[in-house]
Design a protein around this ligand. Structure first.
Ligand code: SF4
Length: 109
């Protein structure tokens, strides 16, 4: 005995499933964004920050390697928004300032 599939019911099921998947993706995306925003900020006392000469405001660095316009927001290792704070690959579990800079700066291509 074959099971009859009502096309209207199948369409309703598909739409329900699509809505559920969309909701999961959106809440997952929002959750990961919130986690990045909640990461503790790298401070001057951080050992890695000292080693790399990290500063929260790139324009305040005295490092001769600094080039005008360089900042975390346009560094390859930064994964945050262009303002505020975001994760940097060199500081796992912490966030750096979008306006920050360190000597490991690598311009985005
Ligand atoms: Fe900022 Fe790039 Fe240095 Fe990370 S590596 S602190 S993103 S300049």
């Amino acid at each position: 005995m074959s099971k009859h599939i009502n096309p209207h019911q199948a369409r309703r099921n598909f739409l329900k499933m699509s809505a559920a998947i969309t909701a999961m993706v959106m809440t997952g995306g929002a959750a990961s964004w919130l986690r990045a925003a909640e990461l503790p900020h790298v401070t001057d006392s951080d050992a890695t920050a000292k080693m790399l000469g990290y500063v929260e405001d790139a324009t305040t660095t005295k490092d001769a390697r600094y080039k005008t316009g360089s900042q975390c927001a346009n560094c390859q290792l930064y994964a945050g928004n262009s303002t505020g704070y975001g994760p940097c690959q060199l500081f796992p579990g912490k966030s750096v300032s979008a306006n920050g800079w360190c000597s490991a700066y690598m311009p985005k291509k």
